[in-house]
Design a protein around this ligand. Structure first.
Ligand code: CP3
Length: 335
């Protein structure tokens, strides 16, 4: 598997392996066709055969090196008893809950049991996937999950969450450690079902002020990586934290690959991190509007001869024309 050659052996491949965040999604008409069968997005995430189908869709169309299991980071709050639903154009919504009750209940929730359909989808996907292609499992990280859980959905104002954390220190810490446990358990479940690599999404890292990042982001990350590696010592882990790639230098000892968002120059990050595997970072907006060849050329030439996985800096936009994706992949692979 080309992705594992880079992640595990730090090989420098030309062309670099390529996959896209949110590659299974609404820019694909065949995805929208399957999506129509479900009013409830969470039900779709537990649907098994349709999960396998949409996970494989992008690989049937494009020459990608990996599939990412179709699921969502919000599966965790959902199975912990905080209902999650999606309203068109409003993003995710989460029910208001009593977090003390949720914590009491969390001990009783066995992810292995409630997520058996997800494990089954992963095993079926792995069995159907070409042996040269990697299967990626994933989880949201505790802080990002807590932003959704505390603000009852997508928030533009992280002060609510920061205030909650500051004024309920003990409760917040308990929620963090419960989530560290669940996130590690979810990643292990994905690995034991057949994922070859896992990615940890800390999509709202940028909302944490620098003095609080150790406490809210990196201590939980270290614990999660430790727990997962105790069970699966060799498993490759990609850490994708939006807006904080300057901090990656201090996380090198974790031996994880780093996902780089589009707000920074990945070549600068490479200069700071000489030996880490880096993933990224074409702007999804440039891919959307089609004016991306200059950036693409710069990324490919600047990262040439270093352990690099080509990806977007964030998830693909749902209005991206398929022809743009085809052109991007063609440029990467015919370097
Ligand atoms: O990448 C993939 O193809 C695998 C599947 C995947 C989804 N969500 C499917 C999905 C992955 C890896 C995610 C991660 C995820 N989900 C993150 C972290 C990555 C990031 O984008 O920062 C976050 C923050 C979420 C929460 C979430 N779920 C959001 C913000 C949305 C979009 C809501 C909207 O209406 O735009 C979702 C829904 C979702 N998850 C969709 C998909 C394909 C689209 C919803 C649909 O099909 O109706």
């Amino acid at each position: 598997m080309r992705l594992l050659d880079v992640l595990t052996h730090k090989k420098c491949l030309t062309p670099p392996p390529i996959w896209m965040m949110r590659q299974a999604g609404r820019y694909l008409p065949e995805y929208k066709q399957v999506r129509k069968n479900y009013d409830d997005f969470m039900q779709f995430c537990f649907s098994q055969d349709d999960v396998v189908k949409v996970t494989l869709q992008p690989l049937q169309r494009f020459q990608l090196d990996a599939a990412i299991i179709f699921s969502d980071i919000l599966v965790i709050p959902h199975v912990l008893g905080q209902r999650v639903w999606f309203e068109p154009d409003h993003g995710p919504k989460l029910e208001k809950v009593d977090f003390r009750k949720l914590l009491l209940n969390a001990g009783q929730v066995s992810l292995e049991q409630v997520l058996a359909p997800v494990a089954d989808s992963i095993a079926k996907t792995r069995a159907q996937l070409d042996h040269t292609k990697a299967l990626i499992g994933f989880s949201g990280a505790p802080w990002t999950l807590l932003t959704y859980m505390i603000s009852n959905g997508k928030t533009a104002d992280f002060n609510t969450v920061l205030d909650f954390a500051a004024s309920n220190r003990e409760l917040f810490a308990q929620l963090q450690s419960m989530l560290e446990e669940k996130v590690a358990e979810l990643l292990c479940l994905h690995i034991s079902a057949g994922a070859n690599v896992v990615q940890i999404f800390e999509s709202w890292a940028v909302a944490v002020p620098p003095p609080l990042r150790e406490l809210y982001l990196y201590t939980p990350l270290r614990r999660i990586v430790g727990k997962v590696r105790t069970r699966y010592p060799g498993i490759p882990i990609i850490y994708y934290a939006r807006g904080v790639s300057g901090d990656y230098v201090g996380l090198q000892d974790l031996d994880v690959a780093f996902g780089v968002d589009e707000t920074v120059d990945i070549i600068d990050i490479r200069a700071q991190l000489s030996s880490s595997v880096l993933q990224g970072n074409l702007s999804p907006n440039k891919l959307l509007n089609g004016d991306f060849e200059e950036d693409l050329g710069r990324i490919l030439s600047g990262m040439h001869g270093t352990p690099h996985i080509f990806n977007l800096g964030h998830g693909i936009n749902k209005d991206t024309p398929i022809s743009h994706v085809e052109r991007m992949i063609d440029v990467v692979q015919n370097l």
